[in-house]
Design a protein around this ligand. Structure first.
Ligand code: IMP
Length: 438
């Protein structure tokens, strides 16, 4: 891998179960890049970025849009709810951002219709099915239609002749499912409404794979922004309690059409502890009042659904696994300041099942539910790190904690974040990360 900052295109993605603070990090780095691309997921993601007193929650549009002159791209691996996307575009336009000039939407991205949300609701409420605790945005059903080769892509949505036929097939399919569960309410107007929305999106729709490859050939730098986190990946995550897309580094290539040979680095983002939203195994979950204190201190409530996030301790075996799957060059540790109040900070250093050490991430959720985390307790620093911008100014015990994570995960800590603002961040001098972002 070349580390020439002039040609380095990088992936920034979640190393845990999502909500690691990728939005802020991407926003911080994107002034060094020309283009920021989303490669999977949909409006199930919520990237919160604070700039001064202003809070932005971006769901589909990459945070590069907040920087004048940057190109923001929604890649082919994304599932798009046109109504949600238009809402986001309208909101940004109101803030004075010229979205139409800065945004490109893939003609190969899949469309989410209202009936996708309906069938998801049916599935999640059904006694015969496992409730995943989804974000209820129709993401899973839209990816099901994609894999079932009956989905509608943005290019089809814009093609008046092809549109009714594909749509009707999809609608009837969903009507059958709804009827089987005794649910009425497939929205008959959705077709007309979606057509109108599609017309508004039309000027931004492009062959983004071609656009991105042209940009790279022209020497522009591209940052690929993951949504959710590695443990929610459809293949490598805690299946079936996962999302329906490839959240890992591999997904960045399939979700954009950028070849692996054009990507020069992969950066993982992890909280100094860990959270997850929705159901599924969570070996290092802290179900006591300390977990509750982290939820409060870290404001751990979903940015899309508002649900309280489940909180727990940094899980090193999980991080070693996600580092292997993604090949992290560097790790960004966020929300260090949330741990400021703790006298002792446990870190999960190993998994045991039935008293035996586990050296591989268990594939079956039944095994994962039986995992007993082995903890090592580290002393807390009990002093504020909020807003610290220089590594040398961190308390010694905080440095020791970060050093411990580095040793346990085998990945350098290239950057630490100590607050929600862009500026409340430090890039470690001499790190691989520093070289990659140039
Ligand atoms: P879906 O993506 O809405 O299908 O939800 C599947 C699982 O992924 C659920 O456990 C969700 O809570 C989780 N999930 C989806 N998007 C996010 C996210 O952006 N952050 C954290 N969890 C997410």
């Amino acid at each position: 891998m070349g580390l020439n900052s002039h040609n380095s295109n990088i992936i920034v993605l979640g190393a845990q179960w999502g909500d690691e603070g990728k939005g802020k990090i991407v926003d911080l780095f994107c002034d060094r890049f020309d283009t920021v691309v989303r490669y999977q997921g949909g409006n199930n993601a919520g990237h919160t970025v604070y700039i001064g007193p202003q809070k932005y929650v971006l769901k589909l549009i990459p945070s590069g849009i907040l920087r004048p002159g940057k190109l923001a791209v929604i890649g082919n691996g994304v599932v798009i709810d046109p109504a949600a996307l238009m809402d986001e575009i309208d909101g940004l336009q109101k803030l004075g951002i010229d979205v139409t000039k800065q945004l490109a939407i893939s003609n190969r991205a899949q469309v989410i219709f209202p009936f996708h949300r309906l069938v998801e609701k049916i599935s999640e409420a059904s006694k015969d099915r496992v409730a995943i605790g989804t974000t209820a945005r129709g993401i899973g059903p839209a990816y099901e239609d994609k894999a079932g080769r009956r989905g509608m892509r943005i290019a089809d949505l814009l093609e008046a002749d092809a549109f009714p036929a594909i749509y009707e097939q999809l609608r009837k399919d969903k009507q059958r499912i709804a009827a089987a569960f005794g649910v009425e309410g497939i929205d008959e107007d959705a077709l007309e409404r979606t057509k109108l929305l599609a017309e508004r999106l039309r000027p931004m729709v492009r062959d983004t794979a071609t656009l991105l490859n042209e940009q790279i050939r022209a020497g522009k730098r591209v940052l690929l922004e993951g949504a959710q986190g590695t443990m929610l990946d459809i293949d490598h995550g805690t299946y079936p309690f996962v999302t329906s897309s490839s959240t890992t580094a591999g997904g960045a290539c399939t979700g954009t059409g950028i070849p692996p040979t054009s990507i020069h680095g992969v950066i993982g983002v992890a909280k100094a502890y860990i959270t997850r939203v929705g159901g599924g195994p969570f070996p290092s979950e802290a179900l006591d009042e300390i977990g509750e204190s982290i939820r409060k201190a870290g404001n751990e409530f979903g940015s899309v659904t508002g649900r309280p996030r489940r909180c727990g301790w940094f899980d090193a075996p999980l991080l070693r696994y996600t580092a292997m799957i993604n090949g992290f060059d560097s790790l960004i540790v966020t929300k260090l300041d949330v741990l400021d109040h703790l006298a002792t900070i446990p870190v999960c250093v190993a998994y045991e099942i039935d008293g035996k050490r586990v050296t591989e991430m268990p594939a079956r959720q039944e095994q994962l539910l039986r995992v007993k985390p082995v903890y090592e307790d580290l002393p807390g620093w009990q002093t504020s790190t909020r807003g610290v911008k220089d590594f040398s100014e961190l308390p010694d015990l905080a440095k020791r904690y970060l050093g411990f994570l580095e040793k346990q995960t085998g990945v350098e800590t290239g950057c630490v974040s100590t607050g929600p603002e862009r500026t409340e961040t430090m890039v470690i001098a001499g790190s691989r990360l520093e070289k990659l972002i140039g």
